[in-house]
Write a protein that binds this ligand. Structure first.
Ligand SMILES: [Fe+2]
Length: 330
């Protein structure tokens, strides 16, 4: 006897034994069919097998099929869900479609109708998985492209100011470690690190002689230098996925006492994540060679930053950040 290879697995969730059995009879030749008589049983079965599609009764005792439909659609929208109705009401149908149902059948049903619905649903699943893959690949391409582009931008600044590119990488790394220690979520850190990495990107718009000047800047030169956070903000502002990290770029030179730039933010107006970046930025600038100073020891850098608490740096937070730097020997 030739055994047919079954092409997909289907879960039938219905409190009516007759419906479960008849769907199983109709489909079992071509598909793996598992059944559940209520939502809890269905949820349990999902722990072991992920079906390619689901038949779902909306009206069931205890937990309604509609709740299960919403939950499934949120978890994995590529699994098509077909609702089976005894007597459908248009309101229930509308709600089910809005909650993510793919199609519906009305009891009693014809085997040919079931086969047509299943084939259509499985085809839809293949297409939506391909679409998801395409979207994912596109995102990755944009992401990779973004990094190579920004890397080139930073290299361009590096050509103007040899300290900036290395500085951006170190600051981004240090910022990631410190925010993790401070309990900020991994997803948020990933987004904010873009800002840390690109915080000085606006220096691309500052004259080379100002960036590399060894002595004190004149008032006019300092005015031009102070424009780099805004220039950086304007460069990155149109990029949608950088939205959350923009405050870091724009406000990393704000001071706790309101005397920073460009917006003169004061105290708690400065977002905590921005305040962390300012400390890390200062720490790295102090502990590496610059055009205008030789690097300081870690101890001296701690002292200088501690002296700036309450004027430049946010109290309490700065002490926490410094103690993490010390503890982790960063
Ligand atoms: Fe800066």
């Amino acid at each position: 006897m030739v055994q047919r290879i079954k092409s997909a697995s289907i879960l039938v969730v219905d409190d009516d034994l007759g419906v479960r059995e008849s769907l199983k009879m109709i489909l079992m030749d071509k598909y793996y069919v598992s059944t559940a008589s209520h939502v809890d049983e269905a949820t349990n079965s999902l722990k072991t097998i992920e079906p390619e599609m689901i038949f779902l009764d909306i009206k069931m005792p205890k937990i309604s099929g509609m709740d299960f439909l919403r939950e499934m659609h949120l978890k994995n929208s590529t699994i098509p869900i077909i609702n089976d109705y005894g007597i459908p009401s248009s309101q229930t149908e509308i709600t089910a479609f809005r909650s993510g149902a793919f199609d519906y059948i009305i009891k009693p049903f014809e085997p040919s109708e079931i086969h047509t619905v299943v084939e259509r649903a499985l085809q839809h699943r293949v297409e939506s998985m391909e679409k998801d893959k395409l979207v994912y690949n596109l995102r990755m391409a944009v992401h990779n492209n973004f990094f190579s582009t920004t890397d080139s931008l930073l290299l361009a600044i590096d050509a103007k100011d040899s300290y900036t590119a290395g500085h951006s990488k170190r600051v981004s790394l240090l910022f990631g470690l410190i925010t993790k220690e401070l309990g900020i979520s991994e997803t948020r850190i990933v987004k904010l690190r873009y800002g840390a990495f690109l915080h000085d990107i606006g220096k691309i718009g500052v004259r080379d002689d100002i960036l590399t000047k060894t002595g004190n800047l004149t008032e006019e030169e300092f005015f031009l230098m102070k424009r780099h956070p805004e220039i950086g903000y304007n460069i990155l502002e149109p990029i949608n996925f950088l939205k959350e990290s923009l405050p870091i770029v724009r406000n990393h030179h704000e001071w706790y006492n309101g005397e920073g730039y460009p917006d003169g933010l004061k105290g708690v107006e400065i977002p905590q994540e921005v305040a962390i970046l300012s400390i890390v930025d200062a720490y790295d600038a102090l502990t590496t060679d610059r055009h205008y100073h030789k690097k300081y020891s870690n101890g001296t850098a701690f002292k200088i930053i501690t002296e700036g608490i309450g004027t430049q740096f946010m109290p309490a937070l700065t002490e926490k950040v410094l103690s993490i730097i010390k503890k982790c020997n960063l």
